[in-house]
Write a protein that binds this ligand. Structure first.
Ligand code: SF4
Length: 75
């Protein structure tokens, strides 16, 4: 399994993460930021535990995020 962490408050809504990992991220038309799908929120940080098959795409998302607010780690 992998853990994806998203500091949503700092998101600038560029959608790069959604472009490389479209099954895990979705644009929020309400405030223009991105939502980490199937995540739980703790003190403003969104966390999703998902299968290893999503590692490569979301690791790529973490690398291209211009504000460096995505973390991906194996758990
Ligand atoms: S790449 Fe980073 S800043 Fe851009 S939408 Fe995704 S989380 Fe937000």
């Amino acid at each position: 399994m992998i853990r994806i962490t998203h500091h949503r408050g700092k998101c600038i809504g560029c959608n790069y993460c959604m472009e490389v990992a479209p099954g895990r991220w979705e644009a929020d038309l309400g405030d223009g930021k991105i939502n980490l799908l199937e995540s739980v929120q703790k003190r403003g940080i969104y966390i999703a535990i998902v299968g290893d098959d999503e590692y490569d795409a979301n690791k790529e998302a973490s690398k291209i995020c211009p504000v460096n607010i995505i973390r991906v780690e194996k758990v």
